[in-house]
Ligand binder design. Structure first.
Ligand code: SAH
Length: 315
């Protein structure tokens, strides 16, 4: 029996972190490298998929924030189907799969079908965003607890969010809250009546990161002037985001979008050097490896959609 044949089928529910490739855990990287099939979400950085084997199948199962293109039931069914034919299946999700990642629904399905699985945690958006602000999510004497909440609810029910955290001097991190920001800020004003500092971090840890700061009463008008498609944004409310440094709000430096052309392993090394200093990267190895058709198609589409400021050819 070959070493590969001895590997038991397993589904890894993996957190891809906030987008910066350097914030992927070692375990997540190893899962991606071993995968036969990767089912990935919208928020996953494309370059992270390129850490996989050239013959791995890539399946996009993402939902964009306002259109539900792939139903959770379909993802669950696909996970089971792929686990029946492949040995290592990776379900790659943005951030930490256990925070607003619907991981329990997938775990329940896998349990029902007696498919072995493992959850691999990732760096969640709130932690990533705060690291960029140079602050802590909790702070001695300022905020003793943190609540992760969402502004987006199942079937778009207009549920009220629980603001008791703010009333008790905690930090509130709101995921998926940009669309409902006016209602959320109004609720804070009405229920708590304190004009807390607020920071919104778009694309935290990525080359296109953008921070907007204000207070509960000013933040809505400050983000109203931004372009429509800013990418994912997380809202942090509480005294921990008071008086942010000017360098955080208006960072200098031009970030590039780099396309590295060459053999995958070699290109990954070069790409990481750029990623480490904050640039966005993608690899084009279509001429070098025998890629799975899903990879060749996906890479072609990304290259088509992205605008690169630099191309590096390795030969
Ligand atoms: N499981 C993910 C959250 C998924 S919900 C995690 O742990 O981070 C999707 C929401 O996460 C987005 O609407 C946004 O609020 C937040 N988010 C994810 N990645 C982000 C990033 N790089 N920057 C800012 N917010 C992000």
């Amino acid at each position: 029996m070959s070493a590969l044949a001895e590997v038991q089928t397993k589904v890894y529910l993996v957190g891809a972190g906030p987008g910066n490739p350097c914030l992927l855990t070692k375990k997540a990287e190893r899962c991606i490298q071993k995968a036969d099939v990767i089912l990935y979400d919208q928020l996953v950085n494309p370059f992270l998929l390129q850490l996989s084997r050239p013959d791995a199948e890539w399946i996009h199962v993402g939902k964009t924030p306002y259109t539900r293109t792939t139903k959770q039931e379909r993802i669950n069914a696909l996970l089971v189907e792929k686990a029946q034919s492949a040995q290592v299946v990776v379900r790659l999700k943005g951030g930490d799969p256990a925070i607003f990642g619907r991981v329990t629904e997938e775990v329940d399905t896998l349990r029902e079908h007696r498919i072995p699985f493992e959850i691999v945690p990732g760096v969640t958006a709130a932690s990533a965003a705060m690291s960029q602000l140079g602050r802590g999510l909790t702070e001695r004497g300022v905020s003793t607890h943190i609540t992760f909440t969402t502004g987006h609810f199942k079937n778009n029910e207009e549920n009220d969010i629980d603001l008791t955290t703010l009333a008790n001097d905690g930090t509130l991190a709101i995921y998926m809250g940009i669309k409902r920001l006016p209602e959320l800020m109004q609720a804070i004003q009405q229920q708590i009546g304190i004009d807390f500092p607020v920071a919104i971090i778009f694309n935290a840890t990525r080359s296109d990161q953008h921070v907007v700061s204000g207070t509960v009463s000013t933040i809505v008008e400050r983000i109203a002037v931004l372009p429509e498609r800013m990418g994912p944004g997380i809202t942090i409310v509480g005294h921990v985001v008071r008086d942010l440094d000017e360098a955080v709000l208006h960072p200098g430096g031009d970030f590039e979008t780099v396309l590295v052309k060459g053999e995958r392993h070699q290109a990954i090394e070069v790409a990481y050097e750029w990623a480490e200093t904050g640039h966005a990267v993608l690899i084009d190895d279509r001429g070098w490896s025998d890629l799975h058709p899903t990879q060749a198609e996906t890479i072609a589409r990304w290259i088509d959609e992205m605008t690169f400021t630099r191309e590096i050819s390795l030969t």
